[in-house]
Design a protein around this ligand. Structure first.
Ligand code: DI6
Ligand code: FE
Length: 407
């Protein structure tokens, strides 16, 4: 490398095939003989080696033809919780439906009890096992929701545990307050009064502590009504927090349209969303976050309206939904396989769904999700011959190296 006029950087990867996911390039934005240069944790260049300016770096890696993608992004998880629900899984195997278990005081409320009983250190230790499984597959950013405390102190503890995970491992963590996840037993069935308290006490405290990057809710017959969700969203927006929604997972309450009405970053699940909901999302620029792991695990039979979403140009992200009840899943690679097999997404859609579109679902599209100059140097380097292998194989991890912020 020439040194005189060369641009100084920290690290160069050469001899790589790139899936840049950059908008403006067709498909995955493939570059066959690619070069990536990084300085101070950011990409200076990612593109054809032949068009690269001269760079000078103390560290130059030869990728020997390996593929580089953006670091993977899991944009919808409930990673932090106490206990597990293997017992409930056995009940469901013998025929008891998820909603019946929830109505009988199990489900989310059973995890709430275990989470309330756990210290922050307990929560972090349990979640680290799950986080490490995701990291081992090249995940460099993760969204983590609260929603198993259902009272202020535990919700704050869950969010603090999520933030602590981001300090314990080299990963970017975004946090989402999901106080409107389920009704706790002490609310005695009065969801309106619980929402009143959530708005008056919980939300301002969470926002004041700076512990949430967004606000989510579960809009469902077994959870909160569209009117209650609308009240939560109005309060969140008044505090300057973006919103997202668990929408139309088990039934169609027009959650997608509700999310769109509040300019939500994303509407998630969407199994029962109709054409009007899709149109509203397209209009609002709300991302569809599809969660095939939950669909698979609860043996849902109605798939989200992928054809409608695609036709309307709604960006589609894919995420694990990692949670103890409906998706005890810690693999984004398997999630992509499920997205393709169960929802008929293409390979390109699956890969965009865990990178570029997942970034958009978190409002981080200017900072991560593609290999473009100026974005974070978050990379996954794979021992594969073609990108389809990342979607095609099940239970196999071809990650060669993972780089987060250039390291
Ligand atoms: N939808 C889900 O799939 C999870 N939460 C939600 O709102 C389930 C959470 C659980 O069962 O613990
Ligand atoms: Fe979820």
């Amino acid at each position: 490398m020439p040194t005189g006029a060369a641009i100084r950087c920290d690290r160069i990867w050469r001899g790589a095939r790139l899936a840049t996911l950059a908008p403006g390039r067709p498909g995955l934005g493939v570059v066959q003989d690619g070069l990536v240069a990084a300085r101070d944790g950011r990409l200076l260049y990612a593109g054809p080696a032949a068009e690269a300016p001269a760079f000078d770096a103390p560290r130059i890696e030869d990728c020997a033809g390996r593929w580089i993608t953006p670091g993977l992004i899991d944009c919808h998880t409930h990673l932090v919780y106490g206990g597990d629900r293997a017992d409930e899984f056995e009940q469901r195997l013998s025929g008891v439906p998820y909603e019946a278990i929830a109505r009988a005081g199990g489900g989310i409320v059973s995890t709430m009890r275990a989470t309330r009983a756990a210290s922050e250190a307990d929560l972090v230790a349990a979640a680290l096992q799950r986080l490490d499984a995701l990291i081992a597959e090249g995940v460099t950013t993760i969204e983590i929701k609260s929603g198993y405390g259902l009272e202020l102190e535990t919700e704050l503890r869950q969010l603090a545990a999520a933030r602590a995970l981001g300090a314990a491992r080299p990963i970017t963590v975004t946090t989402t307050f999901l106080g409107a996840h389920a009704l706790p037993p002490e609310a005695n069935g009065d969801a309106d009064a619980y929402v009143d308290r959530l708005i008056a006490e919980m939300l301002p405290a969470v926002a004041g502590a700076g512990l949430a990057d967004a606000v989510d809710a579960f809009c469902e017959a077994i959870a909160f009504s569209p009117d209650q969700v609308a009240r939560v969203f109005a309060a969140a927006k008044a505090l300057g927090l973006p919103v997202k929604l668990h929408a139309d997972q088990l039934s169609n309450l027009s959650g997608a349209a509700l999310a769109a009405r509040f300019g939500a970053l994303s509407a998630d699940h969407l199994e029962h969303t109709d054409a009007a909901g899709v149109a509203a999302m397209a209009q609002a620029g709300t991302v569809a976050v599809l969660l095939p792991g939950a669909y698979y695990f609860i043996r849902e039979t109605k798939a989200p309206p992928v054809d409608l979403l695609r036709a309307a140009g709604v960006p589609m992200a894919l995420a694990t939904d990692c949670n103890p009840g409906t998706a005890p899943l810690t693999s984004l690679l398997l999630t992509m396989n499920m997205g393709a097999t169960l929802f008929r997404l293409t390979v390109d859609e699956c890969l965009a769904g865990v990178t570029r579109e997942a970034a958009r679902a978190l409002g981080l599209q200017e900072r991560i999700g593609t290999l473009e100059a100026g974005k974070a140097c978050d990379l996954a380097i794979w021992d594969i011959e073609r990108p389809a292998e990342l979607v095609y194989r099940m239970g196999f991890n071809p990650l060669h190296a993972r780089i987060r912020s250039g390291r």
